[in-house]
Design a protein around this ligand. Sequence first.
Ligand code: NDP
Length: 483
Amino acid sequence: MQRIKNYINGEFCTPSSDKWLDNYNPAKGEVYSQLPNSQKEDVEKAVMAAKKAFPAWSATSLEERSQWMHKIADAIENKLVLLAEAESKDNGKPLSLALAVDIPRAMSNFRFYANALTQFASEAHESVGKNTINFTLRKPLGVVGCISPWNLPLYLFSWKIAPALAAGNCVVAKPSEVTPMTSYLLSEICKEIDFPEGVLNIVHGLGANCGQAIVEHPQIKAISFTGGTKTGEHIARTAAPMFKKLSLELGGKNPNLIFADCNYDKMLKTTVKSSFANQGQICLCGSRIFVEEKIYDQFKDDFVKAVKKLKVGDPSDAKSDLGALVSKEHLEKVQGYIEGAKDQEATILCGGKPVKVDGHENGYYLEPTIIEVKSNHCKLNQEEIFGPVVTMMPFKSEEQALEFANDVRYGLSSTIWTSNIDRAMRLSNSIEAGIVWVNTWLNRDLRTPFGGSKDSGVGREGGFEALKFFTEPKNICISYEAY
Ligand code: NDP
């Protein structure tokens, strides 16, 4: 059985404890590889390697650094099929999705920051009348930590690593223990292209010890984390006494507001996607659907019909719309929410049951599920389920739609379907969310800020926001003698 290794100081290493964790193929429910169960000592080795590499890496010219990033992007592009197959096998997502979205986006993350770093300028301010000029230097932080989740493994891993490296930092990164494979393949890419040793270090293991050791390490100056709100809270508490910089991209329970005046066909097609893409395991999925009363019944019929046509199956089958959920534990957690529907006076309109896929009888498959709820205050509408489960209920007015949208602890994203520009603007302004989509969903431009408000996190990733996060501004004020 394949054993993937840590990548520290440009070398592949076994964990110091020689302890290993099983890695599952969720489509089959079977172990297919092992990963290091890294401990504090492994993180320490990685931090020391990163610290040693920092002076040279931070001093590379922008052109050279940019070329290195392009080389990684090129290699990802060349290995598209290999990486997509690995991602699909590790995560359970349809191969078609990994080929079309996950891996191309990981490539674009490196490509984007390879270019962005050459355009990242700092400000200068001349204080006229005072004969002074201020300018701001943006210095890399040193060694930074990147911790990512399992739902979009290489996509989100590279979304952190690329700007961190572009800004001149050295990185100690930990992917989710449930989906380590493509980050391991990224370390193979670094080895193949002779990427400078110690600049990127990848340590595999459990959040509670390996992740915790990264957050606790005093030499790590910043943590960029994507994951659950509870973990984010714990990280914030741990890092606060050391005054670490934190970027926390956390959970979501995103409203999808559908008005009667919308482009109905476009809305219906997109809503099926925004509900169930990646088995609903995208933090941006529109998991709470609110529909204007006058089209509620029509939408309910059409939506249920469309969702019943979705095929749950072997992720490698091009006809599968949904693959497997990421793990047995996660499947059970999602099923727990569905079972709880009865106690919340909610009605399951379709789905709700596990699916047996031929030849994959032990895989973690679940039907796409629509639940009609009576109140926005029920558990199903207030807690992040993070699976193929959406709720729906009607609203009477724009004011009520806004009230429902904001009456939740999360504030990551929201979608509004309307052809009334005034309403679109009013709601976009008032919805408590970091990202608002009007008549579209998951339409991303890498230059735009990405992140949430309320319990969905602190800070923004994307574009120059991420380069700002991974650098420290230093202002220099020079006084000069005038004529
Ligand atoms: P977790 O919070 O469980 O884990 C995220 C990462 O943190 C994993 O690598 C995990 O390791 C690690 N970790 C766990 N405990 C600690 C710790 N004490 N110290 C340091 N690291 C730790 O989230 P999931 O992996 O379950 O991902 C799903 C969550 O991610 C959902 O809530 C989803 O909404 C959110 N998410 C948010 C996004 C956003 O941009 N806002 C995007 C995508 C997902 P291990 O896996 O080994 O436990």
